[in-house]
Ligand binder design. Structure first.
Ligand code: HC1
Ligand code: SF4
Length: 561
């Protein structure tokens, strides 16, 4: 423990790794473009530079705290220094702020405003580079790059893939995929985490909002929405609701106002996933099938296995994701002329995830030659549509989902946070449904912030060994250990994003470090307040397996290649 004096005030520190963290802890908003607490320190932008009592300038992100240090964060000299940095960055930056998707949320734009840079004194002589539209999920516009390196570090350090890197030197330096490839030609898994960490508008979500408006405007089209679990605890961020607020009822109401004919909760098909995946798991255990079983809901993870660990392909569950299952079920229902009433059906999936756009376009996301999910929009696009429609989201009264598919269990809702799929499987397999049983499952080791979690759960005479990982760099570690024989598991759940879909690449960019915890709590609270907590106790499961869809589970709920 020690003290440093910041702007004349003594501040205590303990194990903070750099001066910048202590400055922020003291409630001072020091600017940076390249620092992120979850990534290695790069020290490139120099905006977090501070001045000490002897007039020395240093970047606070790369300086270890020392007891007795005296620093100033906002002297006249520092203001001029930072303003010049921003001016120089803008000099080499494209100037289409009015139409840039990032406008209003761009860190560089905000800094220019804050520092009163109202005119860029220098001409931009940089050659205009082509924009990469090749990915179904992410658009990459290198003309807006400020070389902060965040995307490079996220993709290699958190996701363990390393699609992006630096090339060339000096004023020719750029961030690009290797050999100047397009994103679609690389091992990019469409997770969108580079977009979350990009401070400007280089990496943005490929949007599909106009297709949704077109479907809504067509009177001969039935537009059906499904809303993923984690959308409900992030959408409110954009409308001033407290972090992690469960806004599901408001989202449903907003979609009804916009003209959606039916609105559903993806938790319904998450319950179907649990029914199918637990059956597949028990079958593999009983009949010597490939183990460990790897979950298949997260498309970025599935692509990661395909490209990085093809030897584990057969371990991946054959279950479609909840998105895929729900869309296939809706489409099948309305293929029946008795239900269709002469209308065409368009399924819009509202997801926290950019990779779901890629999943919807995979060859195995078609049934009977028809695309299951027609359009995927992210939470961020949903927010823009709600704003565009002029809905006062904070005031709109909540509404319930529609029928015949409008019931999901709490087990389905917690899919949105890492460990949720496993927890729901364990609920399915447990005999009881009393609070003590559910609490014992919740406390078996699969909840919490760690990137890799393990649990051993006794079931039918065997000790079921489970691993839950989030972040693909962690998933790589786990698969390497399984490969080398160092670890042995029966079930491995992976979500590509840190803490799962709540931090998906299509979510609003979290404001502050508490967002992750607040979103997770929002989902666990939503689960806790539900009458039906176990997927197998959702009354619509029986309706599915013994009613209209009897005998169709295999065709609709599984991948067939
Ligand atoms: Fe997810 Fe899933 S939990 S993958 O993170 O299995 O996107 O929220 O919808 O499909 O249910 C995402 C979330 C989501 C699917 C479910
Ligand atoms: Fe890397 Fe994910 Fe970005 Fe692709 S979308 S470049 S995998 S961080």
């Amino acid at each position: 423990m020690g003290f440093i004096t910041i702007n004349g005030k003594k501040v205590e520190f303990t194990d903070e790794k750099n001066v910048l963290t202590i400055i922020r802890k003291a409630g001072i908003d020091i600017p940076t473009l390249c620092y992120h607490s979850e990534l290695s320190t790069f020290g490139a932008c120099r905006l977090c530079t501070v001045e000490d009592d002897r007039g020395k300038l240093f970047a606070s992100c790369s300086e270890e705290p020392r007891d007795g240090m005296v620093i100033y964060t906002n002297t006249d000299r520092l203001r001029k220094y930072r303003k010049l940095i921003v001016e120089l960055l803008l000099a080499a930056h494209c100037r289409d702020c009015t139409t840039c998707v990032k406008s209003g949320e761009c860190v560089l734009q905000n800094l220019a405003h804050r520092m009163n840079v109202y005119k860029v004194r220098f001409e931009n002589h940089k050659e205009v580079m082509p924009v990469d539209y090749s990915s179904p999920s992410i658009i990459r516009d290198p003309n807006k790059c400020i070389l902060c390196g965040n995307c490079v570090r996220v993709c290699s350090e958190l996701q363990g893939i390393g699609v992006l890197g630096f090339a060339n030197r000096g004023t020719d330096a750029v961030v690009t995929p290797g050999f100047d490839k397009k994103l679609s030609e690389t091992d990019c898994v469409s997770c969108g985490q580079c977009r979350v960490f990009c401070p400007t508008g280089v990496l943005t979500i490929r949007t599909n909002m106009d297709e949704v408006w077109a479907a809504l405007a067509d009177k001969d089209t039935r537009v059906v929405a499904q809303i993923a679990p984690s959308v409900r605890v992030a959408a409110g961020d954009a409308f001033g609701l407290p972090k992690g607020t469960n806004a599901m009822g408001k989202i449903v109401a907003a979609l009804h106002r916009m003209g959606f004919d039916e609105v559903y909760d993806t938790s319904y098909s998450a319950d179907l996933t649990i029914m199918e995946e637990s059956a597949e798991f028990l079958d593999r255990v009983a009949n010597g099938g490939k183990l460990p079983l790897l979950t298949s809901c997260c498309p970025a993870w599935v692509k990661f296995v395909d490209t990085q660990f093809p030897e584990f392909k057969e371990n991946v569950s054959t279950c479609r994701s909840p998105q895929g299952m729900f869309s296939a079920v809706i489409k099948e229902y309305y293929r029946d002329p008795a239900h269709a009433e002469g209308k065409k059906t368009v399924v819009v999936s509202i997801m926290p995830c950019t990779a779901k756009k890629m999943e919807a376009n995979r060859p195995n996301s078609y049934t009977k030659g028809e695309k299951d999910t027609d359009i995927v929009i992210t939470t961020t696009e949903l927010i823009r549509m709600i704003k565009n429609f002029g809905i006062a989201f904070d005031k709109i009264e909540p509404e319930a989902c529609d029928m015949p598919f409008g019931i999901g269990s709490g087990g389905g809702v917690i899919f949105g946070v890492t460990g949720g799929v496993t927890e729901a499987v364990l609920r399915r397999l447990a005999e009881g449904h009393d609070t003590a049983t559910l609490e014992a499952i919740a406390n078996c080791g699969i909840r919490g912030e760690e990137g890799i979690k393990e649990a051993v759960v006794p079931y039918n005479g065997i000790d079921v060994k489970i691993c839950v990982a989030s972040g693909l760099a962690n998933a790589r570690k786990v698969l390497e250990q399984v490969k080398s024989g160092e670890k042995e598991y029966h079930l491995i759940e992976v979500m590509a994003c840190r803490r799962g879909c709540i931090m998906g690449g299509g979510q609003p960019i979290p404001a502050g470090p508490r967002s992750k915890a607040a979103r997770a709590k929002g989902l666990y609270d939503a689960d806790g307040s539900m009458v039906i907590r176990k997927p197998n106790e959702n009354p619509l499961m029986d309706v599915f397996y013994n009613g209209y869809f009897k005998g169709k589970a295999h065709e609709l709920l599984h991948n067939h290649e």
